[in-house]
Design a protein around this ligand. Structure first.
Ligand code: PMP
Length: 438
């Protein structure tokens, strides 16, 4: 939680008092509730910045958990979205732009023989898992500790941090809260990240009942722990060896860590992959892509659809966003900014003798206060992140909107410029000193 509050939040606090009478916790996602006095409400965003109800200005390193890759209110994307929706929104029939955007995804992403659209990351991963099950005729699947794949019952499970003290045994796997049936636990195996041997142990024994291995190439909801290249390559090889579908969840990494997502970065090809956040700069759309034979199962018995799939506004925004990402140096600008930010932070922390490391990719990286970066959920969860939490509280208070609890990485957009960088590093230095003084 954010302990230090020096900026004025009177209007956000007053709004919270009203909001909580109409919305549980006063918000539309549990993660947006930061406490009764600390929950921030946004007035508007522009480029790399956002403003809250009290007029406080922030450099935004959350970008709605990643989508606003070109910055908030991008004029060309917004104009395209307006134009797209001017013909109507949904028709329960297909439109021409589906093909335009599918072609862009096929051109940019590996392993995309065919594409289907959905609205959110959750929906895309649900659809991918069903497709894998339908194609293989098997029900079970494998996930990795520390991953997040969306809000549905099949994936809302995590290794219990309370049960990690004894490193000689695997922690219990528990649901992310109530309302998730225990029966679902019988359908999946959860193994430690970056440990191909443990995956092979499971696949060797149980591959006859396992449809898919579901993997985030970079754990984007666990401070950005990246796959070791040899690990993700081994996952690919093991899936092939044991005849199991490899689903690569690129909801966060797709069109962010490179034009071809993490698959191109690591030189692997999924059987099925999902993309969402960066596809349309924040307009709701996601896609499932994959190998032709598997994707054709949609015409042979596997259900997929939805009232809002491939609606006109998001498709038009996706066409514009993907074209910009393909044809400009936006992704290079983003990666260079991330690199320069890490170098600046490294200087500040080294000067003060503070051990630290960075995780993830320059476009979505985690800052970790230990000389050695975590490689699994277990060593991240067992580490002391109070320094980060305190520092993040100061930073937000000063107008650098980073993730408050070190769970999510810092996201960069192409709208982050030199002025943002200088301001961020100056405030970072101040926040580190304030944290040291505590
Ligand atoms: N998969 C991954 C890797 C994600 O990061 C997320 C969202 N953080 C999801 C799936 C779910 O996406 P959505 O919130 O759009 O449903």
């Amino acid at each position: 939680s954010i302990k230090v509050q020096r900026r004025k939040l009177d209007k956000s606090r007053a709004h919270f008092k009203e909001a909580v009478q109409h919305l549980p916790l006063g918000v539309s996602s549990n993660f947006r509730f930061w406490g009764e006095d600390e929950t921030v409400f946004v007035k508007h965003g522009k480029g790399a910045r956002l403003w809250d109800l009290d007029g406080n200005e922030y450099i935004d390193y959350r970008l709605g958990y990643g989508p606003a890759i070109l910055g908030h209110c991008h004029p060309e994307v917004d104009a395209a979205a307006r134009e797209g929706q001017s013909v109507g929104t949904v028709f329960a029939l297909g439109t021409e732009k589906e093909v335009t955007v599918a072609k862009l995804i096929k051109e940019m992403m590996p392993a995309a023989d065919l594409v289907r659209f959905s609205n959110s990351g959750t929906e895309a991963v649900m659809a991918a898992l069903r497709l894998a099950r339908g194609y293989t005729g098997k029900d079970n699947y494998v996930t990795f500790e520390g991953s997040y794949h969306g809000l549905f019952d099949a994936t809302m499970w995590t290794a219990d941090p309370e049960d990690m003290k004894d490193q000689s045994k695997d922690p219990k796997v528990i649901p992310y809260g109530q309302g998730i049936p225990q029966l679902v636990r019988n359908l999946f195996y959860q193994v430690p990240y970056n440990d191909a041997q443990r995956l092979e142990d499971v696949l060797k024994k149980h591959h006859d009942s396992i449809a898919a291995v579901l993997i985030e190439p970079i754990l984007g909801n666990c401070c950005g722990i990246p796959s070791k290249p040899e690990f993700i390559k081994a996952v690919r090889a093991l899936c092939t060896k044991y005849n199991v579908i490899m689903i690569v969840d690129e909801v966060k990494t797709g069109f962010r860590v490179g034009r071809g997502g993490a698959q191109a970065l690591y030189g692997i090809e999924a059987d099925i992959f999902t993309v969402a956040k960066a596809v349309a700069n924040g307009y709701p759309i996601s896609a499932i892509g994959g190998k032709e034979e598997i994707m054709r199962k949609y015409g042979k018995g596997v259900a997929h659809g939805g009232t809002y799939t491939a609606q006109a506004m998001s498709l038009a925004a996706a066409e514009k966003t993907l074209t910009i990402l393909r044809d400009t140096d936006a992704l290079e600008v983003i990666a260079n900014y991330g690199k320069a930010m890490q170098e600046g932070m490294h200087k500040v922390l080294t000067k003060r003798g503070i051990p630290h490391s960075f995780t993830g990719h320059h476009s979505m990286s985690g800052l970790f206060f230990s000389a050695e970066a975590p490689t699994t959920y277990r060593n991240w969860k067992l580490s002391d992140y109070t320094f980060y939490d305190t520092m993040a509280g100061y930073l937000i208070d000063m107008g650098v909107m980073c993730e408050p609890d070190s769970r999510e990485p810092w996201f960069i957009s192409s709208a982050h410029d030199q002025k943002c960088l200088d301001e961020t590093l100056q405030k970072f230095e101040e926040a580190v000193d304030l944290t040291l003084d505590e």
